[in-house]
Design a binder for this molecule. Structure first.
Ligand code: FAD
Length: 432
């Protein structure tokens, strides 16, 4: 089949790879001049999500204080944004958390296998580093973490629960004063460079053939007609009025994997997904003192701030700002940006003092889509020829490899590897 994938972030690129592997001809349409320029560019380095990473559950936005949550909530009186926060709060209840994580788990496992296959097949090097250490500050937060620990035991995820002294003995850069509650070490999990991974996959596809990348092209709308689907391209900014005829590309199926840009495209077709855009920040800081720099990635488990090392830099990601959806296309403003970046600087200082030169750090911000039930939207929607692969939230990288495989299976008419209840929990129709 001929398949158009809209979006050249990690989700679009991973989907194109899987579609090609299943024997389809693929065209990826990306509005930027190259791939991995959206949320994928600023990812924090965590590859696969654990129950401690997912952006829902008992520790997520459990406190009303922004500084304790790691999420700056500025919803004001905006109804839909407040409603979104309320829906996420339901998942703080351990049973609801466990049920949703249970739906996600097969996708995580499929992603792990798919990614391992790609890596061994092509011998890709994308700054992989083993070991992720999650740290928890207070006794109350440690208590809230227990249901995530229970899920780790239930799914037999290799991990070690450490006392503060054991954390510091394992990772010398972690300070022990003031006291903190404890840590969880995943010595087999990894961090790496997602944008580099996406570019290497593109390079592999360029070498193999069968996938065309239309870069610098923006899709303005999707058309669904009978057994065909097509996309309209927006005229390029420099086009004269004579050359402003609408360019249309036809295919047998269209996959919408355009990150935040997906919402508008789908809305124009009549599919309104209740995903909420969330701004996230990162800082890339030079290492200040080598002896203070961590050798594994550190994650502030409650604030969901990840600090991973890439060569002589530390990548510090998190600092979420939750506003009404209407605010997301406007600049954030200096005060809020400062507040978000301060969360990143403070977490780095709190856990690994002296490691990073925050004053010399380069800031970046990106938008990702968060789902009110914590799960991405993956599958067929609205029309037999339309597929969506969006809303992976903060765990987009690892999940992208599994979700790309799932879309390729659905388009090829193969039975997906993930069980039926996971498939149902990921479908767009679940919100109706
Ligand atoms: C600061 C930050 C830190 C993060 N940390 C992590 C982490 O540690 N681990 C992890 O797994 N995830 C992390 N994430 C989340 C992860 O980056 C995202 O889930 C993932 O990158 C989403 O990929 P995507 O392809 O859906 O979106 P994007 O990377 O945003 O890609 C979508 C692409 O679609 C293109 N597009 C949009 N509309 C159109 C259109 N109309 N026509 C053509 N092209 C279009 C855009 O230009 C863009 O390139 C982080 C995100 C941020 C912002």
């Amino acid at each position: 089949m001929d398949v158009i994938v809209i979006g050249g972030g990690i989700v679009g690129v991973a989907t194109a790879y899987q579609l090609r592997a299943a024997g389809h001809r693929v065209c990826v349409v990306e509005r930027h001049a190259t791939v991995a320029q959206g949320a994928t560019y600023g990812h924090g380095g965590t590859v696969l999500p654990t129950p401690l990473d997912v952006w829902f559950g008992p520790t997520f936005m459990a406190s009303r204080q922004n500084a304790r949550n790691g999420v700056i909530s500025k919803t004001g009186f905006n109804g839909p944004a407040r409603q979104f926060v309320k829906q996420l709060a339901v998942l703080q209840e351990p049973e609801a958390f466990s049920r949703q994580y249970g739906h996600l788990r097969p996708l995580i496992e499929s992603s792990r296998e798919t990614m391992a296959d790609v890596e061994t097949r092509f011998g890709l090097e994308f700054e992989q580093t083993s070991g992720v250490l999650y740290l928890v500050r207070s006794a109350q937060e440690w208590e809230q973490t227990q249901s995530a620990l229970e899920l780790l035991r239930q799914y037999e995820v290799p991990h070690h629960v450490l006392t503060p002294a054991e954390c510091a003995a394992f990772e010398h850069s972690v300070r022990t004063e003031p006291e903190f509650a404890g840590g969880v070490l995943f010595d087999q999990e990894r961090t790496a460079n997602c944008a580099l991974f996406a570019k290497l996959i593109k390079q592999t596809l360029d070498n193999q053939g069968g996938v065309q990348f239309m870069l610098g092209c923006e899709v303005s709308s999707i058309r669904l007609e009978g057994q065909r689907a097509s996309v309209e391209l927006a005229p390029s900014p420099g086009a004269t009025s004579r050359s402003r005829e609408v360019d249309v590309i036809h295919a047998d199926a269209v996959v919408v994997a355009a990150g935040y840009g997906s919402l508008g495209l789908l809305e124009r077709l009549g599919l309104r997904l209740p995903l909420h855009p969330l701004r996230l920040h990162n800082l890339v800081a030079p290492i200040a003192h080598e002896e203070c720099a961590p050798h594994v990635a550190i994650v502030d488990a409650v604030k969901r701030i990840g600090i991973s090392r890439m060569n002589q830099r530390l990548r510090i990601a998190g600092g979420a700002v939750l506003q009404s959806a209407g605010q997301i296309d406007k600049p954030l403003g200096e005060a809020l940006t400062k507040e978000a970046l301060a969360l990143l600087g403070q977490a780095t200082h709190d856990w690994i003092p002296g490691a990073a030169r925050i004053s010399a750090a380069l800031p970046w911000e990106g938008v990702k889509l968060l789902s009110p039930d914590g799960l991405p939207v993956i599958g067929n929607a609205l029309h037999p020829r339309l597929f969506v692969n969006v809303g992976h939230g903060p765990a987009g990288w690892g999940l992208a490899c599994g979700s790309g495989k799932l879309i390729a299976d659905l388009i090829s008419g193969h039975t997906p590897e993930v069980p039926a209840d996971t498939l149902a929990a990921l479908r767009a129709e679940r919100f109706q």
